[in-house]
Design a protein around this ligand. Structure first.
Ligand code: T4K
Length: 414
């Protein structure tokens, strides 16, 4: 976890001449929490039952609820999405090379590399921030066994084009849907595409189970295999039939999930309200454009993503991050610098950046702003006012930033 409290704010604070508006830091990814009373009741129920893990009644109920909501046959709850990805990849028998975007959280690439499968980084479409199907095709080799698309920000990949390529080239297609719980594509819930999809229910996600995740699929055989693999490969009391691991979700996590599911509509409504507040507040600020969400689809609006055009704004994305952090707005640079620039991939593929021009550009432009139930419209207006003032007075702000030194450590890290 990054140490975000140690950033030196002096230089950027003076860059704006604002009274510091936020006494407490404003985070990207503050957890959305449902009804505490209901959660505590469930904890009591769990303790009375003395059943804490290993496919308990809350986990079973949770899986049924998720499968129903997504409209798939099987949901297998997991301890987190990273382990879920690892298990899904293994259960689908992926080997050799698998095509993934470099513009994603490092877990997507690591879940392959962890089992000595090579992640082959593919460039993205700058309009969608997702895998560019035209580039995917160019990367297929005799060693390729699959494609893992990532529905970045909850906006669906071009699933039809990817499915067509996968079908024609006899590859498995799966999706990292960590951002896309409760989102739809073409009227169908994300979770129902490809061979399997993986959700993250981490604390920072739209919907959380503290830590957690799930694999969802319509494939009976795959689901059965995954169920065994997430429980060490046990097929009975004393019989192990696969190499397995421990991917189980605990009862307390499922209790949190069941409780938060009851507030899902409220979380979505707050996020939508916040998105609209940002849209209004950022409109007309030169060099800042908010990414759009398709209004005809279901959407969790969990990510407020602005793209910074340095020429028009007069400040780079990184300079704006410094300005915001100094005001206690802990904006993030997901997924800077891109998986291909992190180890071990940076050493394995030193020239990858040459094949990823759009990823390279996007990682320099993207600014993620705080939202969720912990953030109010008034606070959003203040965030927008900071950005407005910084950009309107950009030459002076830049001068002061230049005099003030480096990007704070926390912002530089990720
Ligand atoms: N695939 C994709 C595309 C993903 O984005 C992710 C996870 C995964 C796979 C893997 O899923 P999991 O295995 O995690 O289920 C965060 C999350 O830890 C990570 O889950 C998430 N993606 C990623 C995009 O963001 P960091 O390193 O940015 O977390 P951190 O500790 O800096 O926290 C973010 C902010 O949230 C901070 O400002 C503090 C705040 N926060 C965080 C926690 C945990 C809170 O206010 N309360 C909290 O309890 O990775």
């Amino acid at each position: 976890m990054s140490n975000i409290t140690n950033c030196n704010s002096t230089s950027a604070q003076s860059a704006l001449d604002l009274p510091r508006p936020f006494a407490q830091p404003l985070h990207v990814g503050r957890p959305n929490q449902g009804n505490r009373q209901r959660f505590l009741e469930r904890i009591n129920e769990m303790l009375d039952r003395n059943w804490l893990s290993n496919n308990g009644p809350f986990v079973k109920e949770f899986e049924l609820r998720i499968a129903d909501l997504v409209g798939v046959k099987h949901c297998i709850a997991m301890c987190n999405a990273t382990v879920a990805l690892e298990i899904a990849i293994r259960a689908a028998d992926l080997k050799g090379e698998v095509i993934v975007p470099a513009f994603t959280f490092i877990a997507t690439a690591h879940s392959l590399q962890w089992q000595e499968i090579t992640p082959v980084f593919c460039d993205i479409d700058p309009r969608t921030h997702n895998l560019d199907p035209a580039r995917v095709e160019e990367l297929i080799t005799p060693k390729t066994t699959g494609i893992i698309g990532v529905h970045v920000w909850g906006r669906a990949c071009d699933v039809e084009a990817l499915a067509e390529i996968a079908h024609r080239r006899n590859l498995n297609l799966m999706f990292d849907a960590a951002h896309a719980f409760a989102c739809s594509h073409g009227g169908k819930m994300i979770g129902g595409f490809g061979l399997a999809e993986v959700f993250s229910f981490h604390a920072t996600k739209f919907f959380n189970t503290f830590e957690g995740g799930a694999i969802v699929t319509d494939n009976d055989e795959l689901a059965a295999k995954i169920r065994l693999m997430k429980n060490f490969g046990f097929a009975g009391y004393d019989e192990v039939i696969y190499v397995g691991t421990n991917g189980k979700m605990t009862e307390i996590c499922a209790a949190m999930g069941l409780t938060n599911l009851e507030s899902l509509d409220e979380f979505a409504a707050v996020n939508r309200r916040n998105y609209e507040a940002y849209r209004l507040g950022l409109s007309g600020i030169p060099g800042l454009s908010l990414i759009g969400y398709d209004q005809s689809e279901k959407c969790n609006y969990q990510y407020i993503v602005a793209e910074v055009d340095e020429v028009k704004a007069g400040l780079s994305r990184d300079e704006l991050v410094r300005v915001l952090h100094a005001e206690n707005v802990l904006a993030r640079r997901y997924f800077y610098p891109g998986c291909h620039r992190m180890e071990p991939y940076r050493s394995h593929y030193p020239h990858a950046r040459l094949l990823l021009p759009e990823t390279e550009k996007l990682t320099q432009r993207v600014l993620i702003l705080p939202t969720g139930t912990a953030v109010s419209p008034t606070e959003i207006r203040e965030v927008c006012a900071i950005l407005d003032q910084a950009i309107r007075t950009s030459p002076r702000v830049r001068e002061r930033l230049e005099a003030g030194g480096e990007l704070p450590q926390a912002a530089a890290e990720k």
